[in-house]
Design a protein around this ligand. Structure first.
Ligand SMILES: O=C(O)c1ccccc1NCC(=O)[C@H](O)[C@H](O)COP(=O)(O)O
Length: 262
């Protein structure tokens, strides 16, 4: 079993356990449930922002522990003050050391789009995403059949949540484009082998229709890479480890964005 298959197998168990503790009806009582989501798509297109989606990521399967101590509140407020366009919060605990509480904390202290970064395989997780205050969810093409990905995207849109679909190759892209997606992300990291190559983004960019906002994800460690990716049509850039591996992720983000010039 590769790591993605392990994560997905775990998610199936996790969803069933959670559903037995908190029904969808209970989740719908959250203070966030009737709120209007903040559009990730619109914030990524704002010219006064960097296009960076700054990620709160404590650990990962590829790197182990990245930052065990950064507080969510200070880090996420600092990311937004530094000029990030949006936040991404890993909510998986088993493999990434995150939690729903991390996302709710980020939500409570920031007025900006918040992406729930998790491995979504079931409608329950989408109701949960809304209940913890997320504005957008991630659907990973490598983890879902195209029909299922489309059903989950439509379900998310019915709650007003925006959908980021992540691909790693041409086949995943061509098989999964549908009208319910808002943002298409190219993951530079192969989730099965952990190899990272920014060239994947550059190769796939011309194949992504312009109706979708295009983002490049993972392995971005230099502002010059963003300048280059912009010339290939990318409007958003998801960055986690480069910031989180430092003692003060929000300061690393501020220095990075200052060097970028926006
Ligand atoms: O980061 C990993 O090791 C990983 C392994 C398996 C599945 C997903 C994984 N990461 C999730 C992400 O997509 C990244 O957190 C995100 O794109 C930011 O990447 P980075 O800037 O390289 O931290």
């Amino acid at each position: 079993m590769d790591i993605l298959e392990k994560i997905i197998a775990h998610k199936h168990k996790e969803v069933e356990e959670r559903r037995s503790l908190y029904t969808e009806k209970l989740l719908e009582k959250s203070i966030y449930f009737d709120g209007q989501p903040i559009s990730l798509k619109k914030y990524l297109l704002r010219e006064d922002k960097s296009g960076i989606i700054a990620e709160f990521k404590r650990q990962s399967p590829s790197k182990g522990v990245i930052n065990a101590h950064a507080p969510v509140e200070r880090t996420t407020i600092g990311y937004m003050q530094a000029g990030a366009s949006a936040l991404s919060v890993l909510t998986d605990s088993e493999f990434f050391g995150g939690s729903s509480e991390d996302l709710s904390t980020a939500r409570k202290f920031n007025f900006c789009p918040v992406l729930r970064k998790d491995f979504i395989i079931d409608e329950y997780q989408i109701v949960e995403a809304k209940s913890i205050g997320a504005d957008a969810i991630l659907l990973i093409a490598a983890a879902l059949e195209p029909k299922r990905l489309k059903e989950l995207a439509a379900f998310a849109k019915s709650f007003g949540l925006e959908v980021l679909m992540e691909v790693h190759n041409q086949e995943e892209l061509e098989n999964n484009l549908n009208e319910h997606l808002d943002v298409v992300g190219v993951n530079n990291r192969n989730l099965k082998t952990f190899e990272v190559s920014i060239d994947i983004s550059k190769q796939l960019a011309p194949m992504i229709p312009n109706d979708f906002v295009k983002i490049s994800e993972s392995g971005i460690s230099d502002p010059a890479t963003i300048t280059d990716l912009r010339t290939h049509g990318f409007q958003g850039f998801l960055i986690g480890e480069t910031f989180m591996k430092t003692g003060r992720p929000e300061r690393a983000a501020a220095e990075f964005i200052e060097k970028l010039g926006k």
